[in-house]
Design a protein around this ligand. Structure first.
Ligand SMILES: [Zn+2]
Length: 486
């Protein structure tokens, strides 16, 4: 059983793992690199394997760093099936169409700038893919995977189980003629959000494990809720705008549900809530469609015909013209807009209009890469550049870390405890985080190995003497954290 990783090896984005077993070639996830220019340049590298020789692609979930290179794969000639759960197929459509739109818009912007500088058009890198490429990829989706049901994929037995990370997310039990393997995908935080906990895994010979937060313990959910409530109360008392930059999938729905709960309980005042993200609004629709997948409280509300994601004061903002109009609205209001790290999207013009006012509050509920605009704001910059303008930071800044959708160290160890697995292969983590997790695994009698970038490894072999592949450097690349990593 051989694994070759072309992404999320030594970093947290670009998940793409080629698995060879019983003479079959399965690609697990096909994600985009995100975070900084160096990482994003890797999206343009040719794929070093025979795309037409793949037997099947399987997706663990619909985050862009797990599905974002699918249109490229299809551009390179892949015509086989792409297996996933039904909610993942629905969300992948939203995610990939948004990605194509961002790339085409970005290309047009770069082209205009290049022309003003006298640079020939040919020197501007074209978009990775457009909407048509996305539709060709979507046509290959086979949303037939069901939690707990074994499905033959290219003759290999594959059983998806609930991963509890975002809607539709799965980890995979993959059985060859001589070994059982678990591919974890991204695992959920058992405390937070709208997802049921991950299903305890069955016994396997090896686990390929995500390790995003293998070095950290999240704050308890009740403490996070109290922190969020207090931040909202304090912000509402300031009388200005409350900006909440948020990821479109899972985080926005969790925040809307939380605000609704707090308002219904009378714990925070009923001020207007603007959902200023068309992608988040589309994703919320899928949470409705697949409500039976969610925690009982939310599922039962949906079955009773209620809307658990709609505070009574919610306004969904469809167009950018209407988004601009929010800035003329007087009085306190909550504005939820993307993107989570404030590096683009509609949050930017809200920052430009409100960040300099002492009456504004900004509540960060997402991971902020230190090099991102959001990172600079939450770490105390007094001026930042937003949309080409120098803006003073006078707003009250609140940072709330407990909404993470990723497993922390306790969750990962709980997951491993039922897999009864002696051998753990680490992916989807920063080098220093994975390195510090090796002794934690060893203390529990588990053999840990860090999966090398692009080099093949035998998953049922002995691994590396010290768990580190040759040439491994345990320092994180600068600002390499993903948008979707929280
Ligand atoms: Zn994810």
């Amino acid at each position: 059983m051989q694994l070759q990783s072309f992404g999320a090896a030594g970093t947290v984005t670009g998940s793409m793992h080629l698995l060879t077993l019983d003479g079959r070639h399965l690609l697990i996830d096909c994600g985009l690199f995100q975070g900084n220019d160096e990482l994003e340049a890797r999206n343009r590298e040719p794929l070093p394997f025979d795309v037409a020789g793949l037997d099947a692609v399987i997706l663990t979930h619909a985050h862009l760093d797990h599905v974002g290179r699918l249109p490229l794969l299809v551009k390179l000639g892949y015509r086989g099936p792409i297996h996933c759960t039904e909610p993942t197929a629905a969300l992948a459509e939203t995610v990939l169409l948004d990605s194509a739109r961002l790339q085409v818009d970005g290309y047009r912007h770069d082209l205009r700038r290049a022309r003003r500088q006298g640079i020939p058009d040919e020197q501007v890198p074209p978009p990775l893919y457009g909407e048509e490429d996305v539709h060709r990829a979507l046509a290959l989706l086979r949303p037939g995977l069901r939690f707990g049901e074994t499905t033959p994929v290219a003759g290999v037995r594959v059983t998806p189980q609930r991963a509890g990370h975002i809607l539709g997310s799965a980890y995979l039990l993959i059985e060859s003629s001589d070994a059982r393997l678990i591919m974890s995908g991204d695992l959920g935080n058992r405390e937070s959000g709208l997802q049921l906990d991950f299903t305890p895994p069955p016994h396997a010979d090896a686990v390929v494990l995500e390790s995003t937060y293998a070095n950290r313990t999240h704050r308890a959910w009740n403490a996070t809720l109290a922190e969020f409530r207090d931040a909202l109360r304090e912000a509402a008392a300031q009388g200005g705008k409350i900006l909440i930059p948020s990821f479109a999938i899972e985080r926005t729905q969790t925040i809307l549900h939380t605000i609704k709960g707090l308002m219904d309980a009378g714990e925070v005042p009923r001020i207007p809530v603007f959902l200023d993200s068309p992608m988040a609004a589309r994703a919320t629709h899928e949470y409705f469609e697949f409500g039976d997948e969610l925690i009982p409280e939310v599922r039962d509300a949906l079955r009773a015909g209620e809307d658990p994601f709609r505070p009574s004061t919610l306004h969904v903002v469809p167009t950018s013209a209407e988004s601009q109009r929010i800035n003329r609205y007087d009085g306190p209001a909550i504005i939820l807009a993307g993107n989570g790290m404030m590096t683009g999207g509609r949050i930017q013009h809200h920052l430009k209009h409100h960040l300099w006012k002492p009456s504004t509050s900004l509540i960060s509920v997402s991971y902020q890469s230190p090099s991102s605009l959001g990172g600079r704001i939450v770490t105390g910059a007094d001026h930042v550049r937003v949309m080409g303008e120098d803006i003073a930071v006078r707003a009250h800044i609140h940072t709330i870390g407990g909404f993470s959708a990723h497993a922390d160290q306790d969750d990962l160890l709980a997951f491993l405890s039922t897999a009864g697995t002696p051998h753990v292969w680490l992916v989807h983590g920063e080098p220093d985080v994975m390195d510090s997790f090796l002794p934690v695994l060893a203390a529990r009698g588990l053999k840990g190995d860090i999966v090398p970038d692009r080099q093949p490894v035998d998953l049922t072999g002995p691994g590396y003497p010290d768990g580190r592949p040759p040439g491994f450097v345990p320092t994180p690349p600068r600002g390499a954290h993903a948008e979707s990593t929280e």
